[in-house]
Design a protein around this ligand. Structure first.
Ligand SMILES: NC(=O)c1ccc[n+]([C@@H]2O[C@H](COP(=O)([O-])OP(=O)(O)OC[C@H]3O[C@@H](n4cnc5c(N)ncnc54)[C@H](OP(=O)(O)O)[C@@H]3O)[C@@H](O)[C@H]2O)c1
Length: 294
């Protein structure tokens, strides 16, 4: 079985690495904060103390980190892994980052003789745990397909979009829909509060109507109770909408609803909701509308 080095044991990376381990891959994990490594060590995964150890002599090295800055720091920063990775090791970034970052990193890797793939994922931490992520690929097609077994251990579907950066572009496309959907559900619920309709009944109506979605099913309990344990942290949704609007400015896309949603998530960030689930944007809109928490 392939040897996999996995960097970033956050909400997504840890269950993804665990699924690789369960599928029989030889997995070595690394995380900047060491306390996140102990539970994985107890489950039988090999823990690397240094970035050098997590990348050396691996078939595949995966990064699953917060944002563009984190991935750039880990890959090309001081002591970055690009100095230690040697072909034929394949570098795969599964974080949600700007397509420009994916293209930049793939270029740096290529100069060092290493192939890099962007393979961000759609699906929350529950999908990461269940191995039902949707994996969105950019980069060399043959290389992408050669590690299909690695992707299948973490996801239910892999979709190949084209050259480097295409996976990251696809990820922004799907997260635009996600961010606006949450904003739309929240606005409907705010109006319902102002009409003094029963929130549970309104959520039931939404689930029976044509606009019903699995996503609403995942979020309805949080919305009902106004409790937001993070499955997808609001700060990441905010980051993604920022990336989307940055790309839209460059390519001339007109995205008014995205801009409006971004304002709501920004306001929620300013009210210390960054580590709550993205659904907390509902509470932000309730507060702005003068509705007290029940
Ligand atoms: N959660 C979701 O539902 C979801 C779904 C799809 C995609 N994503 C995307 O997947 C990525 C990871 O999300 P997540 O929810 O797993 O995030 P998370 O729980 O916040 O974990 C972030 C990880 O990045 C590491 N990190 C951050 N900055 C770093 C740096 N400068 N150097 C080294 N390591 C650094 C953190 O290490 P420490 O532990 O040391 O802080 C942690 O391991 C994000 O790009 C997110 O947008 C998330």
């Amino acid at each position: 079985m392939k040897k996999v080095g996995f960097i970033g044991m956050g909400m997504m990376g840890a269950p993804m690495a665990l699924n690789l381990h369960k599928a029989g891959f030889d997995v070595t994990v690394y995380n900047r904060s060491k306390e996140r490594l102990q539970p994985l060590k107890e489950k039988g995964l090999t823990v690397a103390e240094t970035l050098v150890d997590v990348v050396k002599e691996k078939d595949v090295v995966i990064t699953m980190l917060s944002n563009d800055e984190a991935v750039k720091e880990v890959v090309t920063g001081d002591n970055g892994i690009i100095e230690y990775i040697e072909a034929p090791t394949i570098l795969v970034d599964m974080s949600t980052v700007s397509p420009d970052t994916s293209i930049f990193l793939a270029g740096v890797a290529k100069e060092m003789g290493v192939t890099m793939i962007d393979a961000p994922v759609s699906g929350s931490s529950n999908a990461a745990e269940n191995g039902t992520l949707v994996i969105l690929g950019g980069g060399d097609k043959q290389v992408f397909e050669s590690i299909g077994d690695v992707f299948r251990a973490m996801g239910k579907t892999t979709l190949y979009f084209g050259e480097n950066g295409s996976g990251s572009k696809a990820k922004l496309v799907i997260n635009l829909m996600l961010g606006i959907t949450m904003q739309g559900i929240s606005e409907s619920l705010v109006l319902a509060e102002k009409f003094f309709l029963d929130r549970g009944l309104v959520l039931e109506m939404m689930q029976q109507a044509a606009v019903a979605s699995p996503f609403l099913g995942f979020k309805k309990d949080s919305l009902l109770r106004e409790e937001y344990p993070a499955a997808f942290a609001l700060k990441h949704m905010h980051k993604d909408l920022g990336l989307i609007l940055g790309q839209a400015r460059e390519n001339g896309s007109v995205l008014p609803a995205t801009s409006a949603a971004y304002q709501s998530y920004t306001a929620a960030m300013n009210h210390q909701m960054e580590d709550m689930d993205m659904a907390a944007v509902f509470s932000e809109l309730l507060q702005q509308s003068g509705v007290e928490k029940k």
